[in-house]
Design a protein around this ligand. Structure first.
Ligand code: ZN
Length: 204
């Protein structure tokens, strides 16, 4: 048996084998990677798709699946002033319109603990750090590499401590390592260059 899917890239109808249900597949016509729907009934609209959150300060988090969003709410990180949007509902709406439990009266009725101070996780700087690491190579300038190295190390510590969006770990690590190697190689080349220069001066 096979599943009939529609490629989101080229809009053509494709047949894929049963074994790909719920997994990613590559469209043979346009190379678009897309998710093959599971064999069972598709999940309810509100539960599918990715969500974004914007804080009153204007920081944006996500996209995350709905399960992670409810996790954030249970941790008190989402206030009723936060805005939410999702794939199925691209406009920003107040969080309490989607999660009525965020509205003030219900919240104060929780006897277990007082509403915790909202704990926001700062967004990661993975793309910036990776860019700095690459710029170190592009311009053979160790300053970029050292920046990527130092910023990457600091951010990875923040992520481990849970104070920074850990979804940027891969990019940050890549930028940190590329920057570190660039800085070290540049420094070694400079040392060798100075050494050869001194040697050349000595021969004369
Ligand atoms: Zn396609």
């Amino acid at each position: 048996m096979s599943i009939e899917t529609r490629c989101p890239g080229c809009e053509r109808t494709l047949q894929v084998g049963d074994e790909h249900a719920g997994k990613q597949a590559r469209c043979p016509l346009c190379n678009e990677i897309y998710l093959v729907p599971a064999n069972e009934a598709p999940p309810a609209d509100s539960d599918s798709g990715l969500w974004r959150m914007r804080t009153p300060e204007g920081q944006t988090f996500g996209p995350v699946p709905r399960s992670e969003l409810t996790q954030w709410i249970s941790e008190g990180r989402v206030s009723s002033e936060c805005l939410l949007s999702s794939d199925s509902q691209p406009n920003w709406v107040n969080a309490d319109a989607i999660f009525p439990e965020l509205a003030a009266p219900l919240r104060s009725s929780s006897p277990i603990r007082p509403a915790p101070a909202a704990r926001y996780i700062s967004p990661h700087r993975g793309p910036l750090i990776l860019t700095l690491g690459i710029m170190g190579w592009a311009f053979t300038c160790p300053i970029f590499g050292i920046c990527a190295w130092v910023m990457g190390s600091a951010d990875l510590r923040e992520m481990q401590a849970g104070r920074m969006d850990a979804s940027g770990t891969g990019l940050t690590q890549a930028g940190q390592i590329i920057g570190m190697i660039n800085a070290l190689i540049t420094i070694i080349l400079v040392v060798i260059g100075v050494f050869l220069l001194l040697l050349g001066v000595g021969w004369r």
